[in-house]
Design a protein around this ligand. Structure first.
Ligand code: G3H
Ligand code: 13P
Ligand code: ZN
Length: 360
């Protein structure tokens, strides 16, 4: 069994200079495709479930599905992470269902729409860190609000995201405040805002430094070299997938995502977790459309799902290779949660003090 915490996995990634994609799932087919890709290239895995995914699939179903994947792929360290937890209870119940890591997104209030103040964010994130660390689970916090530097809007595509107009101060994480935030909360990983947003419509042109502020990543990494940084909204929305989606009856206006080379640049500057959901959705949806158009009499769902899984597996494998995740699964000796809890209690995992060594 290889259920790993986010903290241990990202410490390993930092020691060896690689990044780990965090793929969102909602169903069995996505879980299988991700694990098949990981097994094919010996990559450790972060599977994340949003509140929407938990409501869609049910916590019991998700938990048992992850148990099954773990049993099928015992050689692959698997971190199960809660994406965008909105309050303490959401994080606590996730841990109860076997999540080894949670995100407490205190950049927004519990309604997941209203931008929250700094003190609120510190307070709620610190409380979740205390609770999670008692049992050895990891916590990702977020400072800065995700949204577009092009038009100043948050993103509402998935019903999660700030409403209304945001200032540049809100849309770009302040490096000094990041230092204060990590010290005050003791988060294991920090999501930062630099112009990325969720969904397919991130940029209206190929992004440059004006609208994708990778310099912010570099500045924060200089001040917090031991803190694992997280990039949300990191789908690349690949042109070939947009074209395939449209070729088979889809209607997606031309759009740009985060180029893989910019993510790789981030990985050189402390980015360890890279959140990808939209690309996975698009890869599967384009494959569904192709079957629907090319085999109009087809009604067996497996005939739609199999090519969709193939497309997702290929996408995941590509990201494992590009981010340097491939080849690392076998090098990790998983530390169980109770041992992680002991280390937190002993103060050995304070992000300001140093990184955990891989010795169990
Ligand atoms: O947080 C954004 C992810 O894309 C999850 O989306 O809430 O529709 O599952 P979702
Ligand atoms: P994308 O919409 O770019 O895939 O981002 C997903 C994400 O950040 C989930 O937290
Ligand atoms: Zn996100």
């Amino acid at each position: 069994m290889a259920r790993i915490t986010l903290r241990q996995l990202l410490d390993h990634a930092a020691e060896r200079g690689y990044g780990v994609p965090a793929f969102n799932i909602n169903n069995m087919e996505q879980g299988l495709a991700i694990m098949e890709a990981a097994a094919a290239c010996d990559a450790p895995v972060i599977i994340q479930a949003s509140r929407g995914a938990r409501a869609y699939a049910n916590d019991i179903m998700l938990a048992k599905m992850i148990d099954a994947l773990e049993e099928m792929y015992p050689q692959i360290p698997l971190c199960l992470h809660l994406d965008h937890g909105n309050e303490e209870a959401t994080c606590a119940t996730a841990i109860r269902f076997g999540f080894t890591s949670v995100m407490m997104d205190g950049s927004l209030k519990a309604d997941a729409k209203t931008a929250a103040g700094y003190d609120y964010n510190v307070d709620i994130t610190r409380r979740v860190v205390e609770m999670a660390h008692w049992v050895g689970a990891s916590v990702e916090g977020e400072l800065g609000v995700l949204g577009s530097l092009e038009h100043g809007g948050g993103e509402q595509e998935d019903g999660h995201g700030a409403e209304g107009q945001l200032s540049h101060d809100q849309l770009l994480t302040d490096p000094d405040q990041a230092v204060d935030f990590v010290r005050a909360t003791k988060v294991d990983a920090l999501a930062i805002a630099m112009g990325t947003s969720h969904g397919a419509y991130k940029f209206t042109r190929k992004p440059d430094g004006e609208i994708l502020a990778m310099r912010v990543v570099e500045e924060i990494h200089t001040r917090l070299p031991n803190t694992h940084l997280v990039m949300h909204g990191s789908s690349s929305v690949p042109q070939p997938l947009q074209e395939m989606f449209n070729q088979f009856g889809g209607e997606m206006p031309q759009t740009w995502g985060v180029p893989v080379e910019e993510i790789v640049r981030g990985i050189r500057h402390g980015v360890r977790k890279v959140n990808i959901d939209t690309d996975c959705r698009l890869a599967m949806a384009a494959a569904f459309r192709k079957v629907a158009v090319q085999a109009r009499s087809e009604f067996d769902p497996r005939k739609f799902l199999k090519p969709a899984m193939d497309a997702l597996r290929e996408l995941c494998r590509d990201r494992f290779e590009q981010f340097g995740t491939a080849g690392n699964a076998g090098k990790i000796k998983v530390v169980p949660l109770p041992e992680m809890a002991k280390r937190y209690r002993a103060g050995a995992l304070d992000p300001q003090i140093g990184k955990m060594t891989q010795a169990a």
